[in-house]
Design a protein around this ligand. Structure first.
Ligand code: NAD
Ligand code: IPM
Ligand code: MN
Length: 365
């Protein structure tokens, strides 16, 4: 603990920026530019972790890299990892999954909000109809890398991939979901009041049984919140058939990954979906839901709005309110005026769409 009267060298919030690979390197600079345009007291430090660095010197995460991020930064903004030159995807695994697992960022918060009716592929759906959040368990499940191969390359080969679910891990994400429901309002200002747990407990009975028991127990502590359940296959159907019914969804790591790409489609595609990887008391990490999109990388066509909305989410997490409100309102205005990239109906490039938002934010700050 530092003495009370010690002057901290900087009162600025310290942000680590890791653009990563592919379109991450194009969209993240736009997000940083927009944050700077708000005039908020922020200090950015960029890191070159990603495929280029790995191919150059074999480094994925430098020694004590995660400890350094936790110690020296208030939040981390990440682009995406994945490069066709790294066939094993080892760098993505070590950097991205490393951050989630080793920094214990157990809540992957993925808001699903339709900005404008024109962006939704469903008929007669308006922004108020798509306003839910997926809370994805982020440190367990089939992502733990437990398992192995036996008799590889022979006709008798066996591959196992274990699904790890701990009482502690399941309980904390379910509790996070109920607390989130209590403390977050919908965009129209109305309170959230439903938590839906999604699993596949009819087939995966061991892990599903644990999720079912813990959900029942924790929901009993939150009498003001409606507790619901859906199997993941049925949830996919309902998400497309009637997204209005969803409020807060909590699920495991893999189902959360899959349903948030589906949910992104309801919002206008991966180009606009934001996310946070959060531990309430640790330095947390924020990244757009999309990947590095190699086929469109380097062409100035990737949508920067997912990254920009992710930056707004990060600022809100850091305690800012006016700045993220302004960023979100400006992105909405850009969508309405079609000042966007091609994937959501505009004609602008990544840089131009990002700069349009930054300029508007700067003028109104
Ligand atoms: P992807 O998200 O990169 O792309 C899926 C589709 O969405 C593609 O058609 C792509 O062109 C489009 N798209 C994605 N982001 C867009 C944007 N901002 N603007 C416009 N269009 C956009 O997923 P993928 O193709 O399955 O994976 C590519 C690589 O990214 C792989 O190596 C994968 O492992 C990696 N990946 C990384 C992350 C991450 O780092 N968080 C997330 C997902 C995928
Ligand atoms: C995501 C991505 C990652 C995941 C990959 C790149 C490992 O798809 O963030 O949604 O599956 O979590
Ligand atoms: Mn994914």
């Amino acid at each position: 603990m530092s003495p009370k009267n010690e002057v901290r060298p900087s009162t600025k919030k310290r942000i680590a920026v890791i653009p990563g690979d592919g379109i991450g390197k194009e969209v993240i600079p736009q997000a940083v530019n927009v944050m700077q345009a708000t005039g908020a007291a922020l200090e950015f430090t960029e890191f070159d972790w990603g495929a280029d660095r790995y191919l150059r010197d074999g480094t994925t995460v430098p020694a004590n890299g995660f400890a350094m991020l936790a110690r020296d930064f208030d939040a981390i903004l990440v682009g995406a990892f994945g490069d066709p030159r790294v066939k094993t995807n080892i760098h993505a695994k070590e950097i991205l999954l490393g951050m989630r697992f080793k920094m214990d960022l157990y809540a992957n918060v993925r808001p699903v909000r339709l900005l404008d009716a024109a962006l939704c592929p469903l008929k007669n759906v308006e922004p108020k109809d798509v306003d839910f959040v997926v809370l994805r368990e982020n440190t367990e499940g089939v992502y733990t890398d437990a398992g192995g191969v036996f008799k590889q390359g022979t006709p008798d080969e066996i591959a196992t991939q274990e699904d790890i679910n701990t009482r502690k891990g399941v309980e904390r994400i379910i509790r996070y979901a109920f607390d989130y429901c209590r403390s977050h309002k919908k965009l129209d200002g109305s309170p959230r009041n439903k938590v839906l747990m999604c699993d596949k407990s009819n087939a995966m009975t061991h892990a599903g049984g644990l999720w079912q028991r813990v959900f029942k127990e924790i929901s009993g502590e939150y009498g003001d919140i409606m507790a619901q359940h859906m199997y993941v296959d049925a949830l996919c159907l309902q998400m497309v058939r009637d997204p209005r019914q969803f409020d807060v969804i909590v699920t495991n790591n893999m189902f959360g990954d899959i349903i948030t790409d589906l949910a992104a489609a309801l919002q206008g595609g991966l180009g606009v979906a934001a996310s946070g990887n959060i531990h309430p008391r640790h330095t947390s990490m924020f990244e757009p839901v999309h990947g590095s999109a190699p086929p469109i990388a380097g062409k100035n066509i990737a949508n920067p709005f997912g990254a920009i909305l992710t930056a707004a989410m990060m600022l809100r997490h850091l305690g800012f309110t006016r700045e993220p409100d302004k960023i979100e309102a400006t992105v909405l205005e850009a969508v309405r005026q079609k000042k966007t990239t091609q994937d959501i109906g505009g004609t602008m490039g990544t840089k131009e769409a990002g700069e349009w938002v930054a300029e508007k934010v700067r003028l109104s700050s």
